[in-house]
Design a protein around this ligand. Structure first.
Ligand SMILES: N[C@@H](CCC(=O)N[C@@H](CS)C(=O)NCC(=O)O)C(=O)O
Length: 212
């Protein structure tokens, strides 16, 4: 029923939004997506949105009569409250490997290429040079780590939160930052295979009804 549906405040091209969108799909949680344009920033910078997400970023998720922010806290909440189908390996070591990979993306790449950084640079060229450097450096790190952990997915043969972090960030690196990921063979292979997965097809920015 409509009133039971979760509400995802998101931007279609946002990698953090895609993580949560994919987790909702994976766990078959009904939700409605409400676009927040982080390029034009009109709604993002309102007091109304600040009441939803004090950080004034996306995503935010209204679920179980609560409003949650921070994509990793959100996906962990979904995993804790709706454990099946799982997005976390059972073994403590595999979990640690998954979290290592998540951190590289979530702390080591995404914040350093975020569109919200642009006003802090004098020129687009300076911003682009900065973001491409940190994204490329993160991709090299991921390649080294994935060579040891990857099977069909980032960690072995189970789709996990690491894949939910990796694929959107790679899509961003390829389409927005125009980075050549072919020099990272494990990363490229995962990119191609993850793109074909149903969960990513169904949540892919290009397949969304609203492109804001
Ligand atoms: N750590 C936060 C990062 C949120 C974030 O940076 N979101 C980006 C989109 S991926 C955003 O809203 N950028 C707009 C801005 O910084 O103004 C999370 O994982 O939710």
């Amino acid at each position: 029923m409509a009133e039971n549906r979760a509400i995802l405040y998101a931007f279609w091209l946002s990698s953090c939004s895609w993580r949560v969108r994919a987790a909702l799909h994976w766990k078959r949680i009904p939700f409605e997506e409400r676009p927040v344009d982080i390029v034009k920033k009109e709604q993002q910078n309102t007091e109304e949105y600040r009441a939803i997400n004090p950080h004034q970023k996306v995503p935010a998720l209204v679920i179980d009569n609560e409003t949650l922010v921070e994509s990793m806290a959100i996906v962990q909440y979904l995993e804790d409250t709706r454990p099946e189908p799982a997005l976390t390996p059972k073994s403590p070591l595999q979990r640690a490997r998954m979290r290592e990979l998540c951190e590289i993306v979530v702390s080591g790449i995404q914040p350093l290429q975020n569109v919200g950084l642009r006003p802090q640079f004098e020129t687009t060229e300076q911003y682009t040079k900065f973001t491409r450097y940190w994204t490329d450096r993160g991709l090299q790190t991921l390649e080294d780590m994935l060579q040891k952990t990857a099977g069909k997915y980032c960690v072995g043969d189970q789709l996990t939160l690491a894949d939910l972090c990796l694929l959107p960030q790679l899509y961003n690196a390829v389409t927005r930052h125009k980075l050549d990921i072919s020099k990272y063979p494990t990363v490229s292979k995962l990119y191609e295979s993850l793109l074909k997965e149903k969960v990513f097809q169904e949540t892919h920015p290009q397949n969304l009804k609203s492109k804001i």
